[in-house]
Design a binder for this molecule. Structure first.
Ligand SMILES: NC(=O)c1ccc[n+]([C@@H]2O[C@H](COP(=O)([O-])OP(=O)(O)OC[C@H]3O[C@@H](n4cnc5c(N)ncnc54)[C@H](O)[C@@H]3O)[C@@H](O)[C@H]2O)c1
Ligand SMILES: [Zn+2]
Length: 407
């Protein structure tokens, strides 16, 4: 007769059931080593790390990059435009390090694939990056997504540092734990959770960013403002034009960055590996947008697709009576004032339905569409049945009519 005295959840053992004996408990590796008799061992994998996001303008003079690299061998990955406009600054920042090589990768949304991840891995191999080695991404969200994924794969995981050079990078893509690339026409289908060691933010890098990309970055700031931070929304609603015209050098810029980053990290900290819940406020604006980006062959910019999604999700909330008309006007009006798009001819019922089906697949069977209930507050439409087709059609038509009226 097999018997045990140690604690643990009961494991199902069909043989034991047949023989009518007590099933063996599941042993736990942590916190105690198991005794010799066990049928199944439960292994806790709690090795998790934290990281810092540091504001350090101007990066070239701050010494922060050389400090984080230290004596390690590193590969810095950037893109042609960023190399052209900020290459000399980054070389200055690296002047006191001698084991850093550089890869200029022609990374764009349309080519954000495993091929580019492969190119980074191959360069890391050629440059002799060892287990303690480091990758550094110096570019926008496309660059940091590729580098994050490559860092998670090289030697089963080496460290990485991010220096985001776009607004989306500085408040969103560069701030979280994830990296992903597009796969078989699906947005961000292949990816990883691989937290950076450090994120270094130099807002002066944004001065060279073309207005289109500054504007589209505002969509991610609106996501946090509308979803949870009324003051951020008010700031954006009042100052978006000045922010763009000044190249984010306006006096409100620092507060927008700080509030956006703070909100993002505060949301992520509750559920960093998305294993606690599939209800995520940061998914606001990210339900219809992946399908729209893919349908347009990734020729729409990510932030523009997010803005269209925010406008549609807000209109759905309004059609369902969850958001009052003043709130809807405020949100849509602020997006328009920032010159963000609020609709697309490609956005139709078919695309909306397939985006919701994909969202359910991605969110453990629940739709979890984030919709605002007022500026600064959001709620979830959890089940697909909560959003009937006639409501979706009404919302698509209403926001398209508003966009048409604004032309
Ligand atoms: N991993 C995540 O959690 C996450 C979150 C949000 C977005 N993303 C991803 O981020 C990407 C969008 O990021 P993005 O907006 O940074 O786009 P991007 O990386 O394509 O950069 C936009 C453009 O700006 C140029 N550029 C970058 N920095 C510049 C600078 N300082 N001066 C002049 N030009 C500059 C680039 O060459 C590019 O043409 C999308 O692929 C999106 O899926 C990922
Ligand atoms: Zn996004």
């Amino acid at each position: 007769m097999r018997s045990t005295t140690f604690e643990g959840a009961l494991a199902y053992d069909p043989e034991a059931e047949e023989a009518n004996v007590t099933p063996l408990p599941v042993a736990r590796i942590c916190p105690r080593p198991p005794p010799s008799s066990w049928a199944s061992i439960s292994m806790d994998c709690l090795a998790r790390t934290g990281y810092e996001v540091t504001l350090c303008d101007p990066l070239a003079e701050s010494g922060a990059l050389a400090q984080v690299i230290g004596e390690r061998k590193a590969l810095l990955v950037t893109t042609p435009t960023v190399d052209r406009v900020h290459g000399s600054a980054i070389r200055r920042a690296l002047a006191k390090t001698d084991a850093v090589s550089m890869l200029v990768l022609n990374a764009r949304e349309e080519s954000k694939s495993m091929d580019l991840v492969h190119a980074v891995c191959a360069e890391a191999l050629a440059r002799g990056i060892n287990r303690r080695g480091l990758l550094v991404s110096f570019g926008g969200g496309v660059c940091s997504d590729i580098v994050t994924l490559a860092a998670s794969l090289i030697r089963r995981g080496v460290g990485h540092v991010r220096i985001p050079t776009t607004l989306i990078g500085q408040i969103d893509a560069g701030i979280g734990l994830k990296g992903a690339v597009n796969f078989c026409g699906k947005k961000s289908f292949v990816g990883c959770f691989h937290p950076p060691e450090q994120v270094l933010i130099d807002s002066s890098l944004l001065r060279t960013l073309p207005p289109r990309f500054l504007i589209s970055g505002l969509a991610e700031a609106f996501k946090m403002g509308i979803g949870r931070d009324e003051s951020l929304f008010a700031l954006l609603a009042r100052r978006s034009r000045d922010l763009v015209e000044s190249g984010f050098a306006d006096e409100a810029a620092r507060e927008v960055l700080q509030r956006s980053i703070w909100s993002m990290l505060d949301e992520l900290r509750k559920n960093p590996y998305e294993d606690q819940s599939y209800e995520r406020l940061v998914d606001f604006g990210h339900t219809f947008s992946p399908a729209l980006e893919a349908a347009l062959d990734f020729r729409i910019h990510h932030g523009e697709a997010v803005a269209i999604d925010i406008a549609l999700s807000s209109t759905i909330a309004s059609c369902l009576g969850l958001l009052d008309n003043d709130g809807w006007e405020e949100i849509v009006g602020a997006l328009e004032a920032a010159s963000l798009p609020i609709s697309s001819p490609r956005l139709d019922l078919e695309l909306g339905r397939s985006a919701l089906t994909e969202a359910c697949r991605h969110r453990g069977g629940s739709m979890n569409l984030v919709v605002p209930s007022a500026v600064g507050h959001a709620t979830f439409l959890r089940r697909r049945e909560e959003l009937a087709d006639p409501v979706l059609i009404e919302a698509i038509d209403r926001i398209a009519a508003r966009a048409g009226a604004g032309k």
